[in-house]
Design a protein around this ligand. Structure first.
Ligand code: GLY
Length: 388
């Protein structure tokens, strides 16, 4: 393709800049999964990641693959269907990625339990179960005793649970490491480089990095989450804003419980090797990485109401991450026809970045490679905000 020709040309005249078919700005799970999908179609790809300058939201995520629990404000049916589609892709994606990288990513398809302690919460779970099953989900309501047979660590005060049998989880940090390893040698990974701007000239994007270097590419994908901003001359900034989430990890005796438990005000995600991830706050528009002690203490109390043992676990880490949110809670995917040709957006996955990575990558890779607009992302096109 054109990028390969450019690259050979620059090498032949000994210039340090290099040309690619496709450059992806953003090395979180969305950018890397897309790079992998494009590489499988033999595209010549570079991923430009800001490294510690802009930590990817992926590293802050708990890794729930939970279409049954993560709703949206608008686009609800489309988002649910897209989430369910992506959940269905995860098993194969995880197995292939583990083979390609040699790394375990701790994928577990053992369901998620949403718990209720009292009448009003139980009524809400019953309504959610009905709505999910009407959409083709596979959830069931369990009594407290039935749920405790699955997870004996649940409190006696748990009265009802929504059991989403097919929802799953994975370790996002391990997934990023596995993706980087799988792409090594196949995809150029430029780390710790912030993109200053990208300008299109003669059908090629020139992407200027903060150290003065630049990369050229025929097509450009913006997958830089809440940091997307105004990178491209001629393209209105996409409406993506940060929603901060604070979380913490605890050392837990492995085997205390296995499934993700979602309680009012906290979720608990037990990981391989005796690590429990507890999350997460929602702070709209905050773009700092401070962690509030009181917020963590409240989540521990809320989590311990569902699984009392966690009150005795030792904290090993706390952090904050920035979810890339959009005005309607759904991602922004595809070519933005208000901007120049050859630029694609893969942004705004908000609370669902880990879940949606395989489906977003598959749909976008086809479009970027010229296979036409993908029907499954019709509801997530960038132009919907211009029309609003
Ligand atoms: N998906 C969970 C969260 O964003 O906190």
């Amino acid at each position: 393709m054109a990028g390969a020709i450019l690259r050979r040309f620059y090498k032949s005249i000994n210039l340090t800049r290099t040309g690619f078919d496709i450059a992806i700005v953003g090395g979180g799970i969305i950018g890397l999964t897309l790079a992998r999908a494009l590489r499988k179609e033999h595209a010549d790809v570079a991923v430009i990641d800001a490294g510690a300058q802009i930590p990817p939201a992926t590293n802050a995520a708990a890794g729930m693959l939970a279409p049954s629990f993560e709703g949206a404000i608008a686009c609800e049916d489309a988002l649910y269907a897209f989430g369910a589609r992506s959940l269905g892709m995860w098993q194969e994606f995880a197995a292939d990625l583990q083979d390609e990288s040699g790394f375990s990513i701790d994928y577990r398809a053992d369901g998620i339990l949403g718990v209720a302690f009292e009448e009003a919460q139980a009524r809400r779970l019953a309504m959610e179960a009905e709505a999910l099953n009407a959409r083709g989900g596979a959830v069931e309501l369990l009594s407290g005793n039935e749920a405790r047979r699955l997870e004996p660590a649940l409190s006696e005060k748990v009265a009802v649970t929504l059991h989403a049998k097919h929802d799953a989880q994975v370790d996002p940090r391990k997934t990023i490491l596995a993706l980087r390893a799988a792409l090594a040698g196949n995809v150029e990974q430029l780390s710790a480089h912030r993109v200053e701007c990208a300008v299109r000239n003669n059908s090629v994007y020139s992407i200027t990095l903060d150290n003065g270097d630049y990369v050229e590419a025929v097509r450009l994908v913006i997958a830089s989450g809440a940091a997307a901003g105004a990178l491209i001359k001629g393209l209105p900034p996409p409406p993506v804003y940060p929603v901060k989430g604070e979380a913490a990890a605890f050392a837990m005796p492995e085997g205390d419980f296995r499934r993700v438990v979602r309680a009012p005000g906290a979720y608990l995600c037990p990981k391989m090797g005796g690590r429990l991830v507890l999350g997460a706050t929602e702070r709209d528009g905050c773009s700092d990485y401070e962690v509030d002690d009181a917020a963590i203490a409240a989540m521990v109390a809320n989590g311990a109401a569902a699984v009392p043992a966690i009150a005795g676990y030792r904290e090993i880490e706390r952090w904050a991450g920035l979810r890339p949110a959009t005005p309607d809670g759904a991602p922004i995917l595809g070519h933005d026809c208000r901007g120049p040709d050859g630029v694609f957006l893969a942004l705004g996955h908000y609370r669902n970045g880990i879940l949606l990575a395989p489906a977003s990558a598959a749909a976008l890779a086809g479009e970027i490679l010229g296979h036409g607009p993908a029907a499954e992302i019709a509801a997530f096109r960038p132009e919907r905000f211009a029309q609003a």
